[in-house]
Write a protein that binds this ligand. Structure first.
Ligand code: DWN
Ligand code: SAH
Ligand code: ZN
Length: 407
């Protein structure tokens, strides 16, 4: 395939076969009309971008039936509150000196878990871009101004008509948009000269360490490395000011990105150096080794089919990749407990495992549980304590918890 960013020929390193749309939970009547695509991953030797091959039509992915709501995790809710507090305390004061209202824009607002902290009438000027209608409605009910056009195709009026934006935030969304060049052009256009774009997403170095092959699915079009980000940003007159590593989604990276060019190259060189000896320096050979290790891991997981039935806990998008790659249907995983109302009563994409409400889990007799939300392990384990009628905490049931990832 040709690289979506620079047009060079890419090298394929991973093939996870035919896959359904990961967040499309069908009803029984919809089994026949499910859309499938071929999930492969590729490396561009020219701009170092890692990306999937085929992506389904985005209107089939991000629409009124989008099933992921950020607010389903208490941990992520706290994470975004802390992030918002930090922007108010540390970032705004450095940018706003004349008492005017700051301007903040979010790409991929979802249910407004982050942007709700900026939506009060006396707060900053804010706007959230969110094309998925159902989650956007929740955001709107929180007083958030929503633009439903995909960010990269929004025609911002010329300078003077759109207030230059002080802070742009994208969390787990930049990697979801195939037209990366379109996103970067619009950011370039609207970001204030001294503004900052803060982008966070799962870090691919961590995905490699954990063998987290389930981070590959149709929504994750790109897999971030600092080197690739730095190279692409240079072409758009931007640079990475600093990075932070976060525990969210199993290991994420947060980039602070500013406008600027050559004189900031020193900062970039520092970033590269801190990451030497990781996959960042030797990409294609590391990627091939990763793919070989993934294949061994998948074979190990497939062998679970012969060791008795299990139940699943959490029905994330990652679950779609695991169940479809390993061939786990209801004969192996009888049901999956998940707290999202939009998923309950439906079936898992492709393999059609029933999704049920989490209440029944406490009485479930299964000894083996496949924890698909390994990234929320602490939060899930915190919920396993059983409180008896006298309010005493009893030990949780002894169960074996299995995950797709290692470690
Ligand atoms: O990048 C993305 C991230 C931000 O979120 C999107 N492409 C889609 C989504 O990825 P995911 O589906 O892998 O996300 P999670 O956060 O791993 O999925 C959480 C799922 O688990 C939800 O369906 C809610 C459910 N859940 C639960 O049943 N019990 C979550 C928790 C914490 C729980 O205790
Ligand atoms: N920021 C949230 C949601 C991440 S899921 C979080 O970190 O939890 C990705 C979100 O991006 C979805 O809500 C999806 O509808 C939205 N999205 C997808 N394509 C987009 C685009 N082109 N422009 C803006 N938002 C987009
Ligand atoms: Zn490229």
């Amino acid at each position: 395939m040709k690289c979506r960013v620079c047009g060079a020929n890419c090298k394929q390193f991973l093939d996870l076969g035919k896959q359904p749309i990961a967040n499309n939970f069908p009803t029984k009547e919809e089994f026949k009309s499910e859309v499938f695509y071929h999930l492969t991953a590729h490396f561009c030797p020219s701009c170092l971008t890692i990306q999937v091959g085929e992506v389904p039509d985005m209107s089939k992915v991000f629409n009124k039936d989008y099933a992921f709501y950020t607010g389903t995790s208490e941990y992520m809710t706290r994470h975004f509150k802390q992030f918002a507090d930090r922007i108010k305390a540390d970032i705004f004061p450095g940018l706003i000196h004349d008492g005017r209202r700051p301007v903040i824009l979010e790409i991929g607002t979802n249910d407004g878990t982050f942007l709700q902290h900026f939506s009060s009438p006396d707060g900053p000027t804010h706007i959230g871009f969110e094309p998925s209608g159902d989650v956007a409605e929740v955001a709107k009910s929180r007083g958030i101004r929503i633009c439903s056009t995909p960010f990269e195709s929004h025609e911002f009026p010329g300078v003077g008509n759109w207030p230059t934006t002080d802070v742009i935030v994208s969390a787990n969304t930049f990697a979801h948009i195939p037209d990366r060049v379109g996103v970067l052009k619009n950011i370039q256009k609207i970001l204030a000269e001294d503004g900052v774009w803060i982008n966070e997403e799962p870090y691919f170095g961590k995905t490699i360490d954990l063998l987290a092959f389930d981070q590959f699915y149709n929504e994750h079009v790109y897999y971030t490395s600092i080197m690739s980000m730095a190279m692409i940003l240079t072409n758009f007159g931007m640079y990475i000011e600093s990075v932070e590593f976060l525990p969210t989604h199993g290991g994420s990276i947060r980039y602070f990105i500013r406008k600027g060019t050559d004189d900031r190259a020193v900062a970039q060189a520092f970033v590269y150096r801190t990451l030497s000896n990781t996959f960042e320096t030797n990409t294609i050979s590391h990627l091939r080794k990763f793919a070989a290790d993934v294949s061994v891991r998948i074979d190990q997981l497939k062998s679970l089919k012969s060791t008795g039935k299990m139940v699943g806990y959490g029905a994330p998008a990652k679950m779609s990749t695991v169940t479809n790659v390993c061939g786990f249907g209801p004969e192996t995983i009888t049901k999956i407990y998940d707290s999202t109302p939009a998923k309950i009563g439906k079936f898992s994409p492709g393999m059609h495992i029933p999704i049920v409400a989490p209440d029944g889990f406490v009485d479930d007799k299964s000894k083996k549980v496949f924890l698909f939300i390994w990234n929320h392990r602490d939060e899930v384990m915190g919920k396993q304590k059983v409180i008896d009628s006298k309010g005493r905490i009893r030990k949780s049931k002894k169960r074996e918890w299995i995950t797709s990832v290692i470690g």
